[in-house]
Design a protein around this ligand. Sequence first.
Ligand SMILES: [Fe+2]
Ligand SMILES: [Fe+2]
Length: 229
Amino acid sequence: MALYAIGDTHLSFCVDKPMDVFGGNWTGYVEKLREGFSVLTEQDTLVLCGDLSWGMSLEQAEQDFRFLHEIPGKKIFLKGNHDYWWTTAAKMERFFAQKGFDSLSVLHNNCHFYQDVALCGTRGWFYEEERGEHSAKIFNRELMRLETSLKAAGDREKICFLHYPPLYHGYRCEEIIELLKRYGVKQCCYGHLHGGSHRLAVSGVQEGVEFTLVAADYLNFQPKKILEF
Ligand SMILES: [Fe+2]
Ligand SMILES: [Fe+2]
């Protein structure tokens, strides 16, 4: 029984936007993902750290959800900046129930449990996004979501999953890092960084939190084992 994480699967079964066009290790990425996911069993849990599907609506992403549903074990979704299909938790859950995707759930203003460990998180914030008045609103909402998720965990050990890295070469999202520290988060997995950006990622323990980049192309499309019980 193990907990795995991977971000940025960028699936595109229903939309003609395959990542293979980028070449490099993206060539044949769906087959690589299928192969990578073959290590999972029904007892495992996989957290998908955003940028799951290029679909613009739940309906357009249906085949991508089916691909993920067919992987053994429980799958927990987090929103990425390209998940345009993302809507309210109620609508997503209703859609998954209607389609029989009972292994899929979302991490959105809540937390999930893996044994005694709380899985918390939200999309997060990145310097690519401007901090104008509108952005400030979104940023504050992300902070509230993260805190709601961390609070829901109570006293349990917490692992935090974000799409955007809270730390990046020369960039530090003070407010998010402060929340991770205040709630005693020891481990933080994030995605979003691709290709040439990998070398600028922060990994290992910083300020008491262990940071791990889990973008699929960084992991060569093999989910990262985070915990095993
Ligand atoms: Fe991505
Ligand atoms: Fe992203």
